[in-house]
Design a protein around this ligand. Sequence first.
Ligand code: SF4
Length: 356
Amino acid sequence: MNERPKTLHRPVDLIDAGLVPPEQLAALGDVAARYAVAITPAMTELIDTNDAADPIARQFVPGAAELDRHAEESDDPIGDDAHSPIEGIVHRYPDRVLLKPVHVCAAYCRFCFRRERVGPGVASTLSDAALDAALGYIAAHREIWEVILTGGDPLVLSARRLKALVERLAAIDHVAVIRVHTRVPCVAPERITRALVRALKANGKATYVVLHANHPRELTAAACAACARIIDAGIPMLSQTVLLRGVNDDAETLGALMRALVESRVKPYYLHHGDLAPGTAHLRTGIHAGRDLMRALRGRYSGLCQPTYVLDIPGGAGKVPIGPSYVSSAGREDGRCEVEDPAGGRHAYPVGVKSA
Ligand code: SF4
């Protein structure tokens, strides 16, 4: 009988699977001692071991470059800690909070912005007492309209635990929207069972699932079927993508990813500029390159395929769109601005009346 494929965690497992050459064992040991490693069977199958630059491998197979820490990098690159009033909660914006019930993921991304906070080295879930306190915080703050379940990856929870959590959130009157951030439909699509999907639904509340996907090959038949199970149950899906060097930093790949998402009924939402997480410089691009890619998408692909390019400002100042901008009034004194069309042509347009 064939053994069921397993998630790979240890450097020696990666070598046995042909994902890295044996001479890298010592270096990988150092990386794995520092940062969590997990490559699910779905992702192992996708990796082309004959391609040294395989974009799936770049996302999940650890490498010695992760031990190079740059001065601008931070253990908490988006400043979660500055906005965490209580364990498990990040309250950065008035109308919404992050709730982090779990600190583990099905697969660990080498560019993870919470890489110092996730993995088997930390407590895998919030304790019952901490979860009670986090839910108490949400209940006490009537301005909280939306709760974003993140982590870690909340869809590694069992259907039973997820259902219990969603029911407790749904019981809070002022919480209208429950949003779930996950990579599971791509990296472990078999986990998206009917029971798990049912657990996400709450009477009288809107649930959204936001899929993290970075390369069109991640949208396998199994991943698309997992998304369809969620969407067919009445749960809308959006996506978020991290702009990654050597993975999706060319217009063809990024456009193909956005199209694959839209074809799967997943609306592209955010394209994240890579956060300054430790040991991730080799995977980051420049902001100008990101803006050029967004221009290329705007010119060539349907409006449905346009995510918003965003940067989380270090220190916790928040997330903002970083362009490109198509409007400029620099150098003009005639009450007009210049609007750039998708092909690069420039057009004068009246700025209009200033609002009071
Ligand atoms: S799924 Fe999200 S939290 Fe988990 S390793 Fe990837 S980026 Fe980090």
